[in-house]
Every structure is written in C-alpha cells, then in structure tokens.
Design a protein around this ligand. Structure first.
Ligand code: URQ
Ligand code: ZN
Ligand code: ZN
Length: 525
C-alpha cells in the first residue's frame, strides 16, 4: 500500500550519489552497440534495476520506468565487464607481501574495465586449506570494490587436503585448484602428487590448473648460473627457458589425459608452451585442455631483462618469464584468435622497488610478479582488435565470457543478458590512453606497460548496476567507491561439470537456480 497513491509530484531525483558512488538503482543505457561473445546488437536499450539487467531490446519494445537515469552510449561498444581469472592481491610470496591489496587491486581492475576478479588462496605447505580460505576472506571482504572469487592452490598433499578440497567445493563454491610444478620447496608438487590431485579434482567435478615449469631443472640451472657469477635479472629467464615451460606443459596435459581431469594451464608465456597446448587439445580433446595467457605476454617481452637499469629489468621478473623470442606476442594473440588459448589474465602480483631489491645480489631472490589488472583490457584491445587479429566478440570471449564459463560464473557474469549482473563497460574503441605508473590506480611504483599507447578506453564502468567509473560526466566523483559494504564474494556454483567448451552447471540449491540456465550438451545425460 502507498499512502501517496496516485499523487503527482514535481521534483524527481535524477542522480543520487552516496560516498561518491552513483547509487540510483535504475539505469537505461541507450543507442548501445551491445557486444557479447556470440552476438552484436545495434541501437539497443538496456534497462538495469537493482544491480541486474532487467531487459534488452529496441526502445519501442521496452517499458521504460519512471526516474530512470539515462546513459547515452552512442558511438561506443557496450561490453560485459571484464573478468580477470588470475590475480594475487595481498599475497605473501616467500616472506614479502604484494603491495596491491584487495582495495587497490580491485580499484585498478574496475578503472580498467574489469568488474570481476578471481584471486588465489595459497596455503603454506602443511597449512589447512580452510584456514587459508578464512585468511583470504578476511583480507578481501572489507576492501574489495567489485565481485571476486577464489581458486585454491594445492601446495602440499595429504588425506586431510583431499577432504578439505571437497568442503571448499561444496560449501565455499570453489571450483578450481592450482598446482605448482615450480617453486621447489615453496609450492611445488611432484608427479605422483599431481596425479592424485588431478584424480581428486576430477571426482569433485572441479577444474585443475597448473603453473607449468620444471622446478627441478630451474633449481639446477639457478645453482649453475649463480656459481658462474651471473646474478642479474637476465639470469631469471636463462634459468627457465621456453623448453622448461613446454616440458612441464606437456607433462601436465599428459597427466590430465591419464586421469581424465579437465586442465586449465595458467600464464602460458611462450610459443613452445602454446604449441604443446595446441597439440594436446587436438590429441586429448578440446573439452579437456584449456589455456590462459597474460596481458604481460601480449604487451611486452623478455628483452626487458637486459635493460641497463637493474630495477627496470627486475620489475619485469615473473614466472614463467617474459620471452625474448621474436614474434611471441603476436603468436600468443593468434593462439587466442584460433581458440588454442581461451582466456587472458593479468597475474597481477606487484612488488615495489625495495621489495624487488631483495634479489639485488641473486636473481632467484627477486620476488616474482608484475602488474596487469588495470591495463589487461586495453592491451588486449590494442594488440588484438586494433591490430586486426580478433573482432570485438572474440575480445569479449577472451577477456570475460570464457573465464565465466570455465569458472562457473556464466551467465551471471560474462554476458549482457536478462538476469545477468549489471557489470557493463562502455568502451570507446577510438580513444587512446597512454599507460603510466604516474596515472594508474595500482599501489605499486612501476608499470611494465609504461608509455604504451592503447586504443580502447573504458569510459564508463558499471559494477552491479552502480556507475563506478565515469570519465566524462561527474568529474569530482571518486572514480571508485570507497568500498563495497556488502561482501561481494562470489560463492561460485559448486561442483560445476565441464562438458565441452561450455559448462554444464549443476544449479545449486543456494538460490542461483533461477539465474542459472542449465546447459545440456546434445546427447549429454
Ligand atoms: C606466484 C604467482 C605469481 N607470480 C608469478 N607469476 O611470477 C604465480 O606463479 O602465478
Ligand atoms: Zn603461477
Ligand atoms: Zn599467478
């Protein structure tokens, strides 16, 4: 009942800004060119209400409610918010912590057009996975300004780990586990353990991920190079050349095939490793093997390790390393175009100058990791769409939808569709931006894309229906909400089964059912 029923009033709030966040809950995007991974719709209108996409269509087909805030998207692409499936905010790496915490990291993500991130819970060897989960939630919940999910790393193996994996799947919505084949003594598992973790992951209906480098070869090479007196950052790449990454990629794909466990190879950094994935997908099936590359691998290369400035070279140290091989960036983009690789992450794992100096005398002590979560979308647009290698639909696939499908977020995330979350980017494909640590939103003091000019700028970023970045209109508004009061943790749909390149998602009873369409492969049970 409304006591003012039928009363007509002058004075309508067109925009309500709370703590710098435009909070009006009804938006209408018009004159939109809506691009999903499989379709493009011109002159479309999107109605958003309470954080969800209410309807999409031509103006004449829709009932536009009162006091709706109108956003004109004429001349722009309207894309699903980016999903970055690989970040490490506030992560302890061998005794030092990444400087991008969940506030700076998610703020940088949203500033660049990414509206969902999936970070990694990394238990120490011997540590309970459930305790590590709680630790990461304590870090993320109070600070994240966009939705987030988690993968969990398996850094040691025992019956208790196996047990806790099931609890993470069933009660916490974790549906992917990462094993390290490198970082000997810190995170690394041996082949016997890999085999058993893959079997467990298969039985849980989850997805295995690997960091594919041969950790034993790296350890021996590091010893040799340091003994020869080669301590600089160039030693990092020399200790783990492409073949060391390709060998482990091959081995992981073999174990996936032997155990029939679906595998997603993270941060594919070389042509050799990508070729292994191409072969494995042909030999073992495209439903079993998936691959991800990084903005870093698409936007820069291993020649940076020979820079005369030690800090510049050390700032580019991550694992697997950037490759000096001519044509690597272009080939990895072609592998995305031809669906040998399915997604792009950032592996955002940032350390400042003083932290990188831990390796001043020994390259193996340089904390591994670089930035990428803010610039990933623009780098992929510049090296992909603007370079004529992929079209806007494929851009959506590799920066958002494929990750949503692989990690059980689709169609809630990764689509502009009725019922999906209103995570939307208004993308100006003609505008350019020049990347710099002076203007980025990261907490770190270095940007590996410094000076790079990219076509493709997120002019407006809408997160769960709230305008969080608005480059053109409300200048004074803080570009990102101070923090998101309710915890935006995405309890992923547990136990999603992967059938083919789409997912058959078991609708969970926890209320996703009405949002989650069941995709049954033709002929699937
Ligand atoms: C530890 C983490 C980030 N660092 C990196 N990739 O060098 C990873 O290996 O993914
Ligand atoms: Zn890794
Ligand atoms: Zn990583």
């Amino acid at each position: 009942f409304n006591i003012f029923e039928g009363m007509t009033c002058h004075g309508v709030p067109e925009m309500v800004i709370v703590n710098g966040k435009i909070c009006v809950d009804k938006n209408k995007v018009e004159n939109a060119r809506v691009v999903n991974y499989d379709s493009t719709l011109d002159n479309a209108v999107i109605l958003i209400e309470n954080g969800t996409i209410k309807s999409i269509g031509k103006e004449s087909e829709l009932e536009v409610p009162q006091n709706v805030q109108v956003i004109d998207a004429a001349g722009r692409y309207v894309l699903p918010g980016g999903i970055d499936p690989h970040t490490h905010f506030e992560m302890d790496f061998d005794g030092t912590v990444t400087v991008d915490d969940f506030y700076h990291g998610t703020r940088a993500a949203v500033a660049g057009g990414t509206t969902t991130i999936i970070d990694f819970i990394i238990p120490k060897k011997g540590e309970s996975l459930l305790k590590a989960y709680d630790d990461w939630r304590r870090k993320a919940d109070p600070k994240a300004v966009c939705d987030f999910g988690f993968h969990c790393a398996i850094t040691w193996w025992s019956p208790s780990v196996s047990e806790e994996m099931a609890i993470l799947c069933k009660e916490k919505g974790i549906s992917s586990f990462k094993m390290f084949m490198a970082y000997k003594g810190l995170f690394m598992l041996n082949d016997f353990e890999l085999f058993e973790t893959f079997e467990r992951i298969r039985d849980l209906g989850a997805l295995a991920q690997v960091h594919a480098e041969n950790g034993d070869i790296i350890a021996k090479n590091t010893e040799k190079l340091l003994k020869m007196g080669l301590t600089g950052p160039e030693g990092h790449q020399l200790s783990r050349t492409e073949d060391v990454e390709a060998e482990a990629t091959n081995r992981a794909c073999t174990i996936a095939n032997q155990t029939k466990c679906p595998l997603y190879v993270v941060h594919v950094m070389s042509i050799s490793a990508a070729e292994e994935i191409s072969r494995a997908r042909k030999q073992f099936g495209e439903n079993l093997i998936y691959g991800e590359t990084l903005a870093a691998a698409l936007g820069t290369d291993g020649n940076e390790y020979h820079d005369k400035c030690w800090h510049h070279a050390a700032a580019h140290v991550l694992s697997p390393p950037l490759r000096p091989r001519q044509g690597t960036k272009e080939t990895l983009m072609e592998m995305l175009a031809s669906n040998v690789l399915q997604s792009t992450g950032s592996d955002n794992c940032t350390f400042n100058k003083e932290q990188k100096e831990l390796g001043l005398k020994d390259f193996s002590k340089i904390p591994n990791g670089v930035n990428g979560v803010e610039d990933r979308m623009s780098v992929v647009w510049e090296k992909g769409v603007h370079a004529g290698k992929i079209d806007p639909q494929k851009f959506v696939a590799v920066t958002s939808t494929n990750a949503a499908k692989l990690f059980n977020l689709y169609p809630r995330k990764g689509a502009i569709a009725v019922g999906s979350d209103a995570d939307i980017v208004i993308w100006n494909h003609e505008a350019t931006r020049t990347i710099s640590a002076k203007t980025h939103h990261h907490a770190c003091d270095f940007n590996i894309f410094e000076g790079m000019t990219c076509h493709g700028v997120p002019e407006m970023v809408i997160v769960n229906g709230k305008i969080c970045v608005d480059k053109n209109k409300v200048e004074k508004m803080s570009t990102i909400p101070i923090f998101n009061p309710q915890s935006p943790y995405l309890g992923l749909i547990p136990g999603g089964l992967r059938v083919g390149s789409t997912l058959r998602i078991q609708a969970s009873i926890q209320g996703f059912a009405n949002r989650c369409q069941i995709y049954l492969q033709s002929g699937a049970a």
